[in-house]
Design a protein around this ligand. Structure first.
Ligand code: AMP
Ligand code: MG
Length: 423
């Protein structure tokens, strides 16, 4: 089905809500194609950048205003067939000033990618194209558990295989970090929950939440049997024996990796490297659903502004982070992807002990870090651990954390206070 929606970016008084786009648009229902591995797809309703309505399910949002004269509309015409990248027509937000903000939007990794790039038009446009190729490649060749072209798919397909499966250097490093986080989070963060996330069918749930008529609550027996297939402590990752060889991974029969908790964060880190190589880009903010990258600066020297969504009213923020230079900001929340059935909300962050959505007294966690893999992985881990253990874990990793708790209170690390302004 052909779908169409429109994004309008307004002027200085107005927010350009990067994070909002992905969540808000898909609030109505899951799209026919279903979401990707890493977040929801747009369901095709109209979106306007300056209205709060229905956009709030984004985890964090870019709040950088563009100049009034930069008002521009970006048309996003989704003519995508299954799995195809959506086609986009975009124009730079400003044509006069060589260093004006240029806005781009497209989809990849199952979510809407929104970029504000400060660079001459040609440079900005070239960067945008390269970044989209990078994201598409990351999903298709490395991280997707759905696509048989990806490394994760190959690893999962080899579960139970005595020979295991070879892994690339990048994948080895990623898996090592994830296994370490499993240990340091006491097993709460676990990338082997593939069988469990599939039992719950969370990739079919709309980002932003919706009633899912096909939702079925798994039975206690099903959860128990499925949890037996999971557990990072049973993964064997064998480093390469010598140079030129590849590491190997051994998954027990039935185990499946799900890297949904770190995919977008890894993407932020890769994009950050790409920006460093791109000499002409002086500043950028890139939003991938619940994860945002800031880079460089704005011509006027003002801060990057990133809003943290209020889980109790996702059209508003609990506050703003004011940032300079390169940062990765990731948020995990129970409002990002969920279904409601019989008055109960079932969200997408699952407790590996019970098999049910985590009940840790937290509605949302935001991590501020230099590294995207850390910000994304730790936002999920801290959500699972709750404020006390989560705060300790964040401190161990040297990142800043902010929790919005179930009673509405906000708890944050000392270092976060320097960046956060409450609304
Ligand atoms: P995030 O939104 O970054 O917190 O990631 C949530 C995603 O991570 C879910 O959609 C699942 O794909 C996956 N996931 C769910 N529970 C866990 C868990 N306990 N540990 C690691 N990944 C998980
Ligand atoms: Mg995460």
């Amino acid at each position: 089905m052909k779908r169409f929606f429109r994004i309008i970016v307004f002027g200085a008084t107005v927010l350009l809500c990067c994070g909002c786009v992905g969540g808000g648009g898909s609030r109505g229902s899951a799209s026919a194609e279903g979401p990707g591995d890493f977040g929801g797809r747009e369901s095709g309703r109209e979106w306007q950048g300056d209205t709060a309505d229905g956009q709030g399910d984004a985890a964090a949002r870019q709040e950088d205003a563009v100049e009034e004269q930069d008002r521009e509309s970006v048309r996003h015409n989704d003519a995508a067939a299954d799995g195809d990248r959506e086609s986009v027509r975009h124009r730079a937000a400003a044509n006069g000033d060589r260093e004006s903000a240029r806005q781009y939007v497209d989809t990849a990794m199952g979510t809407v990618i929104q970029q504000t790039v400060y660079a001459p038009e040609e440079t900005a446009s070239a960067f945008f194209s390269e970044s989209m190729a990078l994201l598409t490649g990351l999903e298709q060749e490395e991280l997707s558990w759905r696509l048989d072209t990806s490394e994760v798919w190959q690893i999962n397909a080899a579960a139970g295989n005595k020979e295991g499966c070879s892994v690339s250097e990048d994948m080895e490093a990623l898996l090592q970090e994830c296994l370490e986080l499993y240990g340091r989070s006491g097993g709460a963060f676990d990338i082997t929950l593939g069988p469990l996330t599939r039992l719950w069918n969370i990739d079919k749930w709309a980002a932003g939440g919706a009633d899912d008529e096909n939702f079925r609550l798994p039975s206690a027996g099903e959860l128990r049997d499925t949890l037996r297939l999971c557990g990072s402590d049973r993964v064997r990752l064998v480093p390469a024996a010598s140079e030129g060889e590849e590491a190997r991974i051994f998954l027990p029969e039935g185990m499946q990796l799900d890297l949904g908790a770190v995919g977008k964060g890894l993407a932020l880190s890769r994009l950050s490297c790409l920006l460093e190589e791109e000499a002409g880009v002086s500043g950028a903010v890139i939003s991938l659903g619940g994860s945002i990258l800031t880079f460089g600066g704005k011509p006027d020297g003002s801060f990057w502004k990133v809003g943290i969504v209020n889980p109790f009213d996702t059209s508003s923020n609990v506050g703003i982070l004011s940032l300079e230079g390169q940062w990765c900001i990731s948020t995990s929340g129970d409002y990002e992807r969920y279904v409601e059935a019989d008055g109960v909300r079932y969200h997408h962050i699952l407790d590996p002990e019970t098999g049910y959505p985590a009940d840790s007294d937290v509605r949302g966690v935001t991590i501020l870090a230099k590294d995207g893999l850390l910000s994304d992985g730790l936002s999920t881990a801290c959500f699972l651990l709750g404020p006390e253990r989560g705060m300790e874990l964040a401190e161990e990793y040297g990142v800043e954390v902010l929790f919005v708790l179930s009673d509405g209170s906000i708890v944050m690390s000392e270092g976060m206070k320097a960046y956060f302004t409450k609304r």
